[in-house]
Design a protein around this ligand. Structure first.
Ligand SMILES: [Ca+2]
Ligand SMILES: [Ca+2]
Length: 475
């Protein structure tokens, strides 16, 4: 086939359609509610995105293998699970950009695999610690690189490494606001790309401190903290929960007010991301490429906003480990899809889109059959989710914040095994807010089987992982 294609090109025939383009829009700490939700006054939090949601395959059970920036981003880039790529923290030898590069994982990303066929580009926050590196370089695989090097949390006044050269952005006008600048760079790249492109747009937004653009400041001035409506908010009875949660006091009125302010700022900075999506979408439309481009919209992890008395990611509760992933593209059948998907599935999906073999190191699976509306005979019924390793790589300190665990998440339940041997089980069908840990009511043989499966999944790689995940996960 390749030879035939080559001959046709030499004879002056161009293929009917070029390889599809790929754009990943990856946001930081944006929860599902912030992506798909609507304000108290009925205004969508992301109005443009919402207006296009009916055209997307909308995966409502997108589970993170580890709800933390670097582990999740590394899975998205390489298709590997954290226990195999080894980047299980945001810093230290097993974390961050340094942990990623010391393992030479830049040679295992989709960008690197696609670099001869595609024009690849990375715009924004790559991995934590990139800004700390004394001589940040351009990781392998990227033709156009625009990585944050300084003030990664800042939306105004920031530096970037542009293909090895430092670029400074100074000022406090919206023209220098990082989400806007990065979106324009993506748009320019779309217009100028000499061949099919595969781009990662990774604004540092809406991560706290979440400084909004001037144009959206106070847009959600009177917006209440939505999670406050849940029963799980400041959970009244935590006697069912492990020690870390049981020993956590409720949020005070002052703390709740502070959470509410942060919530509003994140929503306001989300409006600039929404504008960026519009810029990208309209640029694709104007250049006639929209129908030949896959667009992925995903967050790198979820977050708890006071549920179970917690304000954090990493923990095994659904607002932390689960979100919605949206994908548009040629042949994509729109609709809500309940299959369990994860960030590690994007790498093999892109390989299939590009017509390339899926590398042997990949643990995830291609989403292409689901995107085409097929119902595969077998699919993942469960996914291993892990917290931080109990031994902190910084100094060997035992984690006491409830984030040292391994868990199995299915569509219907979560079983959590902490490194200190505490356990949790939630039946999402009867208890979607995870108010009642009923692990004590499980038959012993079921709990034993789940814990054995956790061990199996923690040791698996590639095809073995996929086979274990496909097993039934009924109670
Ligand atoms: Ca994050
Ligand atoms: Ca409870």
């Amino acid at each position: 086939m390749r030879l035939l294609a080559l001959i046709l090109v030499l004879l002056g025939f161009t293929p009917a359609s070029a390889s599809p383009n790929i754009i990943v829009i990856l946001t930081d700490d944006q929860t599902e509610q912030m992506i798909t939700g609507v304000s108290n006054a009925g205004r969508p939090f992301m109005p443009f995105l919402r207006s296009k949601m009916h055209l997307a395959r909308r995966f409502d059970t997108a589970i993170f293998t580890q709800s933390l920036c670097c582990p999740s981003r590394t899975s998205l880039l390489t298709g590997m699970y954290p226990h195999n790529h080894g980047v299980t923290n945001n810093k230290g030898p097993d974390g961050g950009y340094q942990g990623f590069m010391s393992r030479r994982l830049d040679s295992k990303t989709w960008a690197n695999e696609l670099r001869y066929d595609y024009f690849t580009g990375m715009f924004g926050k790559f991995l934590n610690g990139y800004s700390d590196d004394s001589t940040p370089r351009v990781p392998d695989g990227w033709h156009r690189w625009y990585g944050f090097t300084q003030g990664a949390g800042n939306m105004f006044n920031w530096n970037a490494n542009h293909n090895g050269r430092t670029v400074e952005h100074r000022g406090d006008t919206d023209a220098t606001y990082s989400t806007n600048v990065l979106a324009e760079l993506v748009a320019t790249t779309i217009r100028q790309s000499p061949r099919p492109f595969a781009l990662l747009f990774a604004p540092p937004a809406p991560h706290l401190p979440a400084v909004p653009a001037n144009e959206f400041r106070n847009y959600f001035l009177s917006e209440p903290l939505a999670p406050q409506r849940k029963w799980s908010f400041n959970e009244q009875d935590v006697t069912d929960k492990p020690t870390a949660v049981f020993s956590t006091p409720k949020f005070t009125a002052t703390q709740i007010a502070s959470l509410q302010t942060q919530w509003r700022r994140m929503l306001e900075s989300g409006l600039s991301i929404d504008k960026a999506v519009k810029t990208i979408w309209e640029t694709l439309e104007a250049t006639g490429q929209l129908d030949n481009t896959y667009i992925v919209y995903a967050s790198d992890n979820g977050f708890l906003w006071g549920e179970h008395r917690i304000s954090n990611k990493l923990v095994p509760y659904r607002e932390s480990i689960q979100s919605t992933m949206l994908i548009w593209g040629p042949g994509v059948v729109p609709g809500i899809d309940h299959h369990i998907v994860t960030n590690a599935d994007l790498m093999p999906t892109f390989m299939q889109i590009a017509g390339k073999p899926i590398p042997e190191w990949v643990d995830g699976r291609s989403l292409l059959p689901l995107l085409r509306g097929q119902n595969p005979a077998t699919w993942r019924n469960q996914l291993l989710v892990q917290g931080k390793p109990a031994l902190d790589s910084e100094g060997g300190v035992q984690s006491t914040t409830g984030d040292a665990y391994r868990a199995i998440a299915t569509r219907f339940w979560t079983y959590v095994l902490y490194d200190n041997d505490e356990t949790e089980y939630y039946d999402l069908a009867t208890d979607p807010e995870e108010l009642d840990n009923v692990v004590g009511q499980l038959p012993d043989d079921f709990a034993d089987a789940v814990e054995a499966r956790i061990e199996e999944l923690y040791a698996c790689a590639g095809e073995v992982c996929r086979a274990i995940e496909n097993r039934p996960a009924n109670r």
